[in-house]
Design a binder for this molecule. Sequence first.
Ligand SMILES: [Zn+2]
Length: 871
Amino acid sequence: MHRRVVVALFLLAAGSLPAQQPAQQPAGGAPPRPALRPFEEVTKDATHREGFFDTYEKDGTVWLLIPKDRFGQDFLMEMKLAQGIGAANLFGGTMLSLFEANIMQLERRGEQVFLLQRPHRFTATGDAATARAVELTFGSSVVETARVASFRADSAALVDVTNWFVSDLSQISDRVRAAAATGPGTPPPVPFDRTRSYLEGVKAFPRNVNVRARLTFRPSNPVGFAGVPDGRYISLSVHYTLAALPEVPMTPRIGDDRVGNFLTVHKDFSQDDSTFYVRMVNRWRLERGEQVGDQWRPRQPITYYIDHTVPERYRASMKAGVEAWNAAFEAAGWVGAIRALDLPADADPDDIRYATLRWNVSDQPGYGAIGPSTVDPRTGEILDADMLYEASMFANYRNAWRTVVNPLSAAQSFEQALGVGEFTMENDRAEVAGFAETFAAQGSVLRAALIARGELGPNDPVPEEYIAQAVKWVTMHEVGHTLGLQHNFRSSASTAFAQLHDKAWAEANGLYSSVMEYPTPNVAAPGRANGYYYTPGVGSYDKWAISFAYTDRPEDAQRIARGAAAKAHLYGTNAESSGPGALDPSINMYDLGDDPLAWGRERSALLRGLIDSLPAHVLADNKSHHELTVAYQSLMGQYAQSLAPAVKYLGGQYLNRDHVGDPDGRAPFQPVPRAKQREALDLLLERVFDRNALVVPRAVLQRMGTNRWFHFGSNTTNNGRLDFPYHEHTVALQASVMAQMLQPFRLAMIRDGETKYGADQMVTIPEVMSDLTRAVWSEVWVSTAVRGAEPPRRDLQRAYLDQMTQLIVRPAARTPADARAVARRQLTDLDRRLRAAQAAAPGLSAYMQAHLEESRARIAKALTAGLEAER
Ligand SMILES: [Zn+2]
């Protein structure tokens, strides 16, 4: 998330006034201002709304009435995209500053009013002298200004704030620019068009005032989104909330790095800690009410309201998803801490007093569901939460390949599971982009498995009982975010692989120990009884993390955190699961159980079986043959994702968060046993690089292609082709897996592992490379048994030469030099085998002869160029 850039520091330098000082007349020399019009005249015929601020609205103008004593007082401001374009990260209902409300103040100087953004991250709570130093160092940004229009009799100032909100105050233009970008590089500016922008509405409630504005931006080139009717104008609605801060700040709970809470972080310069960081857990305020046994009923339970927009058939599952969290609060000593109610008919979800679950429609699937919350930046207290579900998420899940227009390719799915690319906080805080697509693809696994088992006809959608499990899980997950919990992508490792279909285990501990997991449907291997498809309730980790954050006895929190080593409390989050530095094979999205290799082997075999039998199960009378293509792609994407964890075993280490002396405390890093590294390498070689790994039956291949619709939103050629580019897709997946096995950090971690744990503890770089070479070039490995390679195999072999040549000639930054040397040796050895193959099998096809000749020429060139590059 983009943070507001501090554009102007308002320094309290000598001679200027402290912020709270009452107004003074303008300095001498300024031209005299016209006298203010009477209050009654300005507000005549305006709509008056009483609320946190009183507002007046007339003819597209909005005035705030600011009582005298409100100047200099802190309040919250939050900005939300109310209506987007249903695509390109511009989705209605998403926060513009996730978890990051700003603290604002209004200041009046004479007849001029200023909106200030306070530097709330920097504090000094311990001593007055440091507090003064902080005050001197960090000033507010002055973000808006307006002239007082009139004064009411009690001196309250009436200010026209229309231009504060009909503006780019939110900096939404940054996202519009990104959406309008036509290619890589810095996108051109997208100017704000004031003449095509206007005030849409004002709402006032006791604790907040909302202003909504329609903002138009003009891209330099027209954009082509279905949700933008005229591509020359991108119009969006931005929703501003000005809200009261709690009168008495909540007592913060200090966070702990063993537990996965969202944090509100300050730098407190009166701290002894040299980093000055104070990390406060985001949590709701619970106060003791009635005592029940040794537990307490909160005076005010956390209440979520189901909005009127939510379809009736999903409401029961959503309520169950909210109230499932009571099990976690009971572990923390609270009964009846959380409940779900229908939103009262006269209530408005924009009222900050109502935390809501809402429904939304979008053109392209984006986030699936999100759970943003409003947090008091002073203490971490969660004040409000409005969860949003995309309707298409469940429709796509239910109908799986029926509704998906452009499924991700297998290579894209694989890279998505590994979070290839840099990890960013933005990904951490919005639901990871593409989750909705993955969710739809997961529906394909379930649907295909049910069809193959004969439990579902090829024409039937996934039955409601399965959807109900998915809706409940999604709700538990999003509610978990709004209770202050981060993702836990390690929680699947709390359940033994053998127990995945043990319903009693799942009910007691969770199918994964946290609903903050990104799971995949738990589908049994053929012939085995199926357990829960999604976890039936909150798990052992969830109970532990809620206990830590919400226990009413602060002295217990540290004792609770010291239980991090228990298998029931395993925790690892986004930053540890994604990107090139990911090294713990137990921290994954989309896997199940404590043995990702056993699970990957079982799941990929299940998917292979489903893909091979697709025509028999998918093609229903009078349905389009195209459904087979989308089903194939969805299932191949899942196949690729089931093997993604295996890559992390190479050079892998388990990450532990235990502190020194914790019960059963583990070392911060533990090497993955060599036998498991070896098993992972074998799995990848067998399921990705083996001659038969990705072969698709001709009965499937011959039917695959694009759909036969050509209209907006359905331009679905495959890079211009009408049939399915099987070779291209297959080799793209293999090349992607190979690139991840050979990426610089992976190779460096293998080599460092040899130093840290001993070479005999690691599957070394020579072992990885020679086994990969042998698998990719199996056709020529033994010269006396040379076989002709099929076209996709030759393409794979070319991809191998591409990557090895790059390693030798232009290695990526931070590639260990040893890797380059070993790659060189691989090519030298390979060339010897290719020469022998040429000699031993003169009867090879023209394709194969050409391929061998070309490969040898490329190797010769790479070896020479590599030596030149090293000089
Ligand atoms: Zn999430």
